[in-house]
Design a protein around this ligand. Structure first.
Ligand code: FES
Length: 106
């Protein structure tokens, strides 16, 4: 039986990702928001807020969270969960950084 393996795709150079700013990457017809946190970690989530589709890559990043630019929902970039009092979640993608290159697994 054939197993389904995640495909790793190089999406950026680490040095090209400014801290605490989102960048949009298009992969297989999906829009993914990639963020480099102040801690240096890189996170990737779908670029669509579960509320009304706001572009999360344009949100304000604080710690491990992004605030949607449309109505300020707060989303955890580690697990994709919307924080209370709002509710919902976004798809998160596994990120690897190797030798200064950023890869996303799909
Ligand atoms: S669309 Fe993101 S909070 Fe409304």
């Amino acid at each position: 039986m054939k197993s389904l393996e995640a495909v790793k795709v190089e999406v950026a150079k680490l040095e090209d990702l400014p801290f605490q700013t989102g960048r949009v990457v298009k992969l297989n017809g999906r829009e993914i928001a990639v963020f480099r946190l102040s801690s240096g970690e890189v996170r990737a989530v779908e670029n669509r807020c579960p509320h009304k589709g706001g572009p999360l890559a344009e949100g304000i990043v604080s710690g491990n969270y992004v605030f949607c630019p449309m109505h300020d929902w707060k989303i955890n970039l580690a697990d994709g969960k919307v924080q209370a009092p709002d509710d919902g979640c976004v798809i998160t993608y596994e990120v690897d950084v190797k030798e200064g290159k950023v890869y996303i697994s799909m």
